[in-house]
Design a protein around this ligand. Structure first.
Ligand code: MG
Length: 341
């Protein structure tokens, strides 16, 4: 198999600010995996917060590429070989995993969701995320999303409660909040009790990543269901989070691909947890890859294309959080403007 790496420069419309960072320009990596005249596509959206950069993605991809072998269908054997070469580097691994699935689907002329045996009509709607903002800035952003069915609001600043009250006053849809590790357990419970009357569907990652007991402490006192995001990366995390949270937010750039994500969804289910599929700042290529498993989950946060000035790809994400799994071979992604079907 031949692997070609290209740069995918993405820019968000607004500066995207959350509790642990802020950026506008994002340098992702496009992977073209070629074999027997078929090309599979993948995307890596490295997160500095998790120690990945454009450069570490390039390094990991060049370490792994010689070990892919000559059978893209042998996903299990490939996974084991790559683990033996280099561990971690989840975003880089996700790009390869996506490209392999896209290749297999194209080779078999079948959509990837169909290979997983799923019903595309069961995909829930995605939320759209509002980054942290000053009250005036928030007012302007809210104007653009007033008629969306689900909003996720980033919290972790001093004006949180007031901001959220203002949003609720002008927004009739479902509201979710995400603290991105900003609080300690006691502060988290205090804020969550204050915002409870605003009908908040769930809160993501109220406390630091490693504070698993803090998650449990908050969950036991929170009037709002608690989800882990920064604390949930791979399958082993699900076992540790069982009983400590109500749900988990899984992302390809943390799991390292669809295979681990699929295992995690079922493990979370076994522990009675709700599941959300989320995303980093990604194009519709990576978002559509995650959407292949959307029929298995309760919530989606696959809104990256809406945050972007120019999305280079078209696929599952549509208007106002709508997610459509097309009957197109592979991941069902096409260059923007080319049309998916
Ligand atoms: Mg989150």
């Amino acid at each position: 198999m031949q692997v070609i790496q290209e740069t995918l420069n993405l820019e968000t419309v607004f500066e995207f600010r959350i509790a642990h960072g802020s950026r506008r320009a994002h340098r992702n990596t496009l992977v073209r995996l070629r074999h027997e005249g078929v090309e599979g596509l993948g995307e890596a959206a490295p997160s500095h917060y998790y120690g990945e950069t454009f450069e570490t993605v390039a390094f990991a991809l060049s370490e792994w590429s010689p070990h892919l072998g000559d059978d893209p269908f042998a996903l299990d054997a490939i996974e084991q070989r790559l683990d033996g070469v280099l561990q971690g580097h989840a975003a880089a691994r996700a790009a390869l995993d996506m490209a392999l699935h896209d290749w297999i689907g194209k080779k078999l002329q079948t959509p990837v969701w169909k290979l997983f045996g799923l019903d595309p009509s069961r995909a829930p709607r995605s939320c759209v995320t509002l980054g942290m903002a000053s009250p005036e800035e928030m007012e302007r952003k809210l104007e653009t999303v007033r008629d969306f069915p689900i909003l996720k609001v980033k919290l972790g600043g001093p004006g949180d409660v007031e901001n959220l009250r203002r949003i609720r006053a002008g927004f009739k849809g479902k509201l979710q909040v995400d603290a991105n590790t900003a609080w300690n357990a006691a502060d988290a419970v205090q804020v969550l009790r204050k915002i409870e009357p605003l009908q908040i569907e769930l809160v993501e990652q109220p406390v630091p990543r490693g504070d698993l007991d803090g998650l449990r402490w908050v969950r036991e006192r929170s009037p709002i269901p608690v989800f882990a995001d920064e604390s949930a990366h791979t399958l082993v995390d699900i076992g540790q989070l069982a009983g400590r949270v109500d749900g988990v937010n899984l992302k390809l750039m943390k799991t390292g691909g669809l295979r681990e994500m699929h295992r995690m969804i079922h493990a979370a289910r076994a522990h009675g947890m709700k599941v959300m599929l989320g995303s980093m700042v990604e194009s519709s290529l990576a978002l559509t890859a995650a959407a292949q498993l959307a029929p298995l989950v309760d919530y989606l946060d696959l809104d990256g294309h809406w945050l972007l000035r120019d999305d280079p790809y078209a696929g599952a994400p549509g208007e106002r959080g709508e997610i459509t799994l097309h009957d197109t071979a592979g991941l069902g992604v096409a260059p923007a403007g080319a049309g998916v079907r």
